[in-house]
Write a protein that binds this ligand. Structure first.
Ligand code: ZN
Length: 234
């Protein structure tokens, strides 16, 4: 029987790092992929290298299963989107109800590139940290969108692809809990010390839940989830 392989979209943030732990528990061979699209801060991309360097130390089988990393440069995506992630602009909520950090179609593009890499690598499962319960309501993170894309990729490449999104229906407190269940205190510590989620790119402030400005929407969400998780366990 062929070994079970997965390709994880690893940005270097909290959610994708937990997805990597989730995949390392379940698959015999786990590869990772990142996209450089001219993010305003390369901090996330540096964070993901730290995660990759350290996550194998949590469990010997995780170390054995980690099977290579891919990095694609998609700067055109940054150039056409003109959002707060790529320009020095304030993060605001637009009339459509979406934050200005929204890059139209970003996850569709990422997953399509990921599928192309997976095809060549003989991998059928893509894993991503997309989440419907996220405050932002990104339409390309919705389960319906990803179900549809899964079908499109499978038809368009004539190979059955599966898109796994372990965080789709859980909130941030449950995400921290999942990290604890997957990799214990060591994975929680790795997330706090080495992942990056802050939109402002602040790594000077060390909070109980990790580094970040503490005020941007991403920090607020992360902090609130952490506090709630702590309150639940204590
Ligand atoms: Zn922040």
């Amino acid at each position: 029987m062929a070994s079970k392989k997965a390709l994880v979209l690893l940005s270097g943030g909290q959610d994708s790092t937990i997805c990597l732990g989730w995949a390392l528990e379940r698959f015999d061979s786990v590869e990772t992929i990142a996209f450089d699209y001219g993010q305003r801060h390369h901090i996330e991309l540096e964070a993901r290298l730290e995660v990759l360097k350290r996550i194998g130390a949590i469990k010997p089988e995780w170390s054995r299963r980690l099977s290579g990393d891919h990095s694609l440069v998609l700067t055109e995506l940054g150039r056409i989107s003109k959002t707060s992630l790529t320009r020095e602009a304030e993060i605001v909520i637009s009339e459509s109800g979406l934050p200005s950090t929204f890059v139209p179609g970003r996850n569709l593009i990422f997953l399509t590139y990921a599928a192309a890499v997976a095809y060549r690598r003989g991998i059928a499962t893509l894993v991503g940290g997309m989440c419907e319960t996220d405050y932002s309501g990104y339409p390309d993170c919705r389960n319906d969108t990803l179900d549809s894309l899964e079908r499109t990729l499978s038809l368009g490449m004539d190979q059955t692809f599966e898109i796994q999104t372990p965080l789709m229906f859980i909130d941030k407190a449950a995400t921290w809990k999942l990290a604890q269940e997957l990799g214990g205190d060591a994975l929680v510590a790795l997330i706090i010390e080495h992942t990056h989620t802050c939109y402002i790119g602040d790594r000077t402030k060390r909070n109980s839940w990790g580094y970040g400005c503490g005020e941007c929407p991403a920090c607020e969400l992360r902090a609130k989830g952490f506090d709630q998780w702590q309150a639940d366990v204590n």
